[in-house]
Every structure is written in structure tokens, then in C-alpha cells.
Design a protein. Structure first.
Length: 276
């Protein structure tokens, strides 16, 4: 892993999160770089390469209360977005994704008849396990917190009767497009209620957040906060279907299937890129 790779950059950010949390607001940038065993200049280059802003500014995005600030300043209500047609298959108004949902009967059969190709790839948030059908990306998982074997078991268990083929070369073009912000197709494989929740997540612009309660209201189940939270947690296409943009009403992070540090890093990365 070189110091130019996204995985290296994310590893540095993950270490910085731990140090910032332990040290509190009095930590200087020089002190943070020293704690990480890096020169301030190297630290500056790494942050800038990963997100495009200075370490001083980015440290504000990594703060624990950043999610609450996002909720106060960039809270997106989904009802208006969904009313203009973003709740169905099609291109999103400000994103690069298109998606197609699997028919409920096909999902109920556990993925029988599907061929899913998979591979491991470098990503802005560490090593990523990516799976795809001929219709688009259907799964993205991260290994840092749980390990590669557990990440594989996690995704495979969602569609246990599908045929899995390790073929990173076949799916690399769509993976490179996805992490590069270019046109990417998704294949949503889930129960009907889950797909409604995931479609609502797709309406949240990058750099913005919403609440589980807003999602519940937007899909017509205003009292189903807990069920919405479960569906958010079962989202198989991490980052691209942005479950990291869903927060508790009080601004708390809530949960994240692949680790709260990664959720915070994703929120900070997106907000910094928008502001930068």
C-alpha cells in the first residue's frame, strides 16, 4: 500500500479519528501529526489528497458533534424530493446513479438464478468487497472492522441461493466508475419495504443528512422508525446507497453496519468536498 492509495489515506483518517476523540478540542494540528508519527507536511499532503481541504479545516469535520451541526445546517426532508419522481427507478437529480429493483418474488427465492460476480477493491474508505449482477452493483462491504471473511459471509448470506463467481476484472469498470463519481448502475435486491427505504436514501444529496423519522414519513409509514432503522442497517450497497446520511432526530449518529468511525469519516469526507 503506497502513500498515494485511497486505502492508505483512509487508514490515516481512521487513526486520526481515534486520536482526536481521545485528546479533545485542545489538540493542535502539529500535535495530531506528531501523535500519528507524521510530519505536518506529510499530514497536510495526505489530508489534501483524500478530501481536498486543509487538516485544520478537516479536523472540524471529524469532531464528534459534526453530525449534529450537519443536521442543523443541511437537514434534507425527503417528501419534496420523492414527490418529484425520485421514488422510482431512474436517474437521480444530482447524483450519478441509476437503479433497478429486483421483483419481490425473485428476492423471496433467495437470489436463485442470479449470478453475482465479486472482487476486492481499493476505495476511499478502505478495502471494499464489491458484488455485481449483470444489471449493476448489488453489494459493497468493508473489511476493516469485521475482517474479510466476515464481510464475505455477511453479503453472501443475503442472497444464499445465488451463484457467486470471483471475477474482479469483469466488474472493475463499474467499481472504478462508482468510486470515481461517474455513471453507475445499481441492482437493488431486497424486500419491498427495504427497497422503499433504500430509494428514499438515494434522494439525500451528498453532504446532507436526514433522520430515520423523515425517511419513515417519506415512504408513508410515519410510525415505523424502528423498522426503517433496521432496513437502513440492512442496506447491502454501502456508501452508494447512502445509509451513512441517516441520523437520529437528536443528531446522534445512530448505528452503522460497517462501523461508526467509517460513518463519521464518510460524512466528514462528503461535507468537506462540498465546502471545498
Amino acid at each position: 500500500m503506497t502513500d498515494q492509495s485511497p486505502a492508505y489515506h483512509y487508514a490515516v483518517i481512521a487513526r486520526a479519528l481515534k486520536i482526536i476523540d481521545a485528546a479533545g478540542p485542545g489538540l493542535t494540528l502539529e500535535g495530531l501529526a506528531g501523535e500519528m508519527g507524521m510530519s505536518p507536511a506529510h499530514f497536510q499532503r495526505t489530508f489534501s489528497a483524500w478530501v481536498g481541504v486543509s487538516p485544520k479545516k478537516y479536523q472540524q469535520y471529524l469532531a464528534i458533534d459534526h453530525a449534529r451541526r450537519l443536521l442543523a445546517e443541511r437537514h434534507t426532508t425527503l417528501s419534496a424530493a420523492l414527490e418529484v419522481g425520485l421514488s422510482g427507478s431512474g436517474r437521480l437529480h444530482d447524483l450519478f446513479l441509476t437503479w433497478e429493483a429486483m421483483a419481490p418474488g425473485d428476492y423471496a427465492r433467495g437470489g436463485a438464478g442470479l449470478e453475482i460476480r465479486w472482487g476486492w477493491f481499493d476505495s476511499p474508505f478502505g478495502p471494499a468487497l464489491v458484488m455485481a449482477t449483470d444489471k449493476g452493483i448489488c453489494g459493497i462491504g468493508f473489511a476493516d472492522e469485521v475482517g474479510a471473511d466476515a464481510a464475505m459471509v455477511d453479503l453472501v448470506s443475503r442472497w444464499p441461493k445465488a451463484a457467486y463467481v470471483e471475477d474482479p476484472l469483469a466488474i472493475r469498470p463499474m467499481v472504478d466508475a462508482a468510486f470515481g463519481g461517474r455513471d453507475t448502475a445499481l441492482h437493488l435486491i431486497g424486500a419491498p419495504f427495504q427497497i422503499k427505504v433504500w430509494e428514499a436514501l438515494l434522494a439525500i444529496p451528498s453532504g446532507h443528512v436526514t433522520t430515520y423519522a423523515d425517511i419513515a414519513g417519506a415512504i408513508g409509514h410515519p410510525s415505523a422508525h424502528r423498522a426503517v432503522g433496521t432496513a437502513v442497517g440492512r442496506n447491502p450497497i454501502s456508501f452508494l446507497i447512502p445509509c451513512h446520511r441517516a441520523l437520529r432526530r437528536d443528531g446522534g449518529l445512530g448505528g452503522y453496519h460497517w462501523g461508526l468511525e467509517r460513518k463519521r469519516a464518510m460524512l466528514a469526507w462528503e461535507a468537506a468536498r462540498i465546502d471545498g
